[in-house]
Design a protein around this ligand. Sequence first.
Ligand code: SIN
Ligand code: FE2
Length: 224
Amino acid sequence: MRDLFADDESLPQQWQETLCPGAMILRGYAADMAEQIFREIGCLTDVSPFRHLVTPGGHTMSVSMTSCGALGWMSDELGYRYTPVDPLTGRPWPAMPVFFRLLAENAAATAGYTGFCPDACLVNRYTPGSGLSLHQDKNERDMSQPIVSVSLGMTATFLFGGTQRDAPRRRFPLVQGDVMVWGGQARLNFHGVMPLKETLPPWPLQEMVRYNLTFRRVMPPGVK
Ligand code: SIN
Ligand code: FE2
């Protein structure tokens, strides 16, 4: 499809939307990398499979999750936290693929955050009906670095609010290849994902699924 329009500059394949100071959507930024990202997700879930975590309140999350990188995110009756070992396998989380890290660093720099160096990447898997209720990403010890979130697979409606839970929130469709970056004064903004609706999955997927990679810097540089 793309080649048909390759010479038409009025049809940009990538564009940027600023949501508020500190937060931006880079539309289509990772669209060309979808196949490679799916391959990497396949490899890393062979090591640390997707699982449904339980919140400290005892609720089983509708999204299934895994992680890669030096630290992975987990939740159980004791709370939300990052661990160096996958509790399911008893082994370190799979390494973050270099290509993932470069994608996240470059997207962050494009959004104005130079020097982003993620040490954790959460991988979420949504099927129709799965969503993520409004929350803040606040388990990281280093709040000076942004969150970089890469959407793949089916389109989801993303909710983006303010630093207070009851602040007005806006809805944005996120399609395969969109990268959202929030940091600075938007770093602790509440956000969530509406329950996924049944739609056609984008190429090359054959099943109704959405994946999301969120890259974070958990430990301040120099802290082990
Ligand atoms: C998250 O808030 O951690 C994930 C967001 C998403 O799936 O788009
Ligand atoms: Fe989040």
